[in-house]
Design a binder for this molecule. Structure first.
Ligand SMILES: NC(=O)c1ccc[n+]([C@@H]2O[C@H](COP(=O)([O-])OP(=O)(O)OC[C@H]3O[C@@H](n4cnc5c(N)ncnc54)[C@H](OP(=O)(O)O)[C@@H]3O)[C@@H](O)[C@H]2O)c1
Length: 218
């Protein structure tokens, strides 16, 4: 499948690498490819390691993609996706991994969306013809693509308004190795997984590593 991963941070790089290993055709999106190669040597290393992987501007990266992964900075989400354009995103499945983190008061960050809305819904409102599915945002990047690094299966959540888009997302999650996929319901349920960050960050602070997850026993 042709998949566009929007974002060159650790999440975008990890997801892109794993999807290439799984034989998908992957493009990585960024604002300015030359500037990114200059400032972010890890991106260049990734491209050198996987010659099929390409780094393009956000709109070029999304062109022709069957599925788009949003792995951009939460505060810039609408700006980033506007660079792709609503026409380009229309009808597509957009897996949104971003979190609405606000680091303006230091660490731990707060969230700029309160429990009455989610960033995923803001994205859906801004791009009504796109099928936004929130997932993977409750895991550190490494566990998004290698959940088997934990000694037992743990839970990953899915929220979205379109049933087919969630089926496509769940198929991709299974390819990544996720076995306990919890469909919470419509996109408003992403409020819960985003607000979970308040707990995630405290557990991260206590454990000193992001290599942990929860399992919903039911
Ligand atoms: N790090 C984790 O383990 C983790 C776990 C769960 C969820 N998340 C979420 O995943 C997302 C990605 O996290 P990350 O740490 O990989 O990267 P990040 O540093 O949060 O975001 C980097 C990406 O955001 C883009 N960006 C920043 N400002 C922009 C702007 N004004 N306009 C357009 N694009 C802009 C950058 O574009 P350029 O490529 O042009 O620089 C880059 O591609 C975040 O929302 C984060 O909260 C992260």
């Amino acid at each position: 499948m042709k998949i566009s991963v929007l974002g060159t941070g650790v999440v975008g790089r990890k997801i892109a690498e794993r999807l290439v290993q799984l034989q998908h055709e992957v493009t990585i999106g960024t604002r300015d490819p030359d500037a990114t190669l200059e400032k972010n040597p890890e991106v260049g290393q990734l491209l050198a390691q996987y010659p099929g992987l390409t780094l393009l501007s956000f709109d070029e990266a999304a062109a022709g993609a069957a599925l788009v992964v949003h792995a951009g900075n939460g505060a810039a989400a609408i700006e980033l996706l506007s660079e792709v354009g609503s026409q380009q995103l229309a009808g597509k499945v957009l897996i949104d991994i971003s979190n609405p983190l606000d680091f303006s008061a230091g660490f731990p960050p707060t969230l700029f969306c309160d429990g009455s809305e989610s960033l995923a819904e803001r994205i859906q409102d801004a791009f009504p013809d796109t099928h936004v599915v929130k997932s993977l945002n409750t895991l550190t990047a490494e566990l998004m693509v290698h959940p088997e690094n934990l000694p037992e299966p743990t839970t990953v959540f899915v929220s979205g308004n379109n049933a087919d888009a969630k089926v496509a997302t769940e198929a991709l999650l299974r390819e990544l190795g996720h076995r306990d996929i919890f469909d919470l319901g419509d996109l408003s349920t992403a409020r819960g997984t985003e607000q979970y960050l308040y707990l995630w960050l405290r557990m991260f602070g206590k454990l000193g590593t992001g290599i942990f997850n929860i399992r919903v026993v039911r």
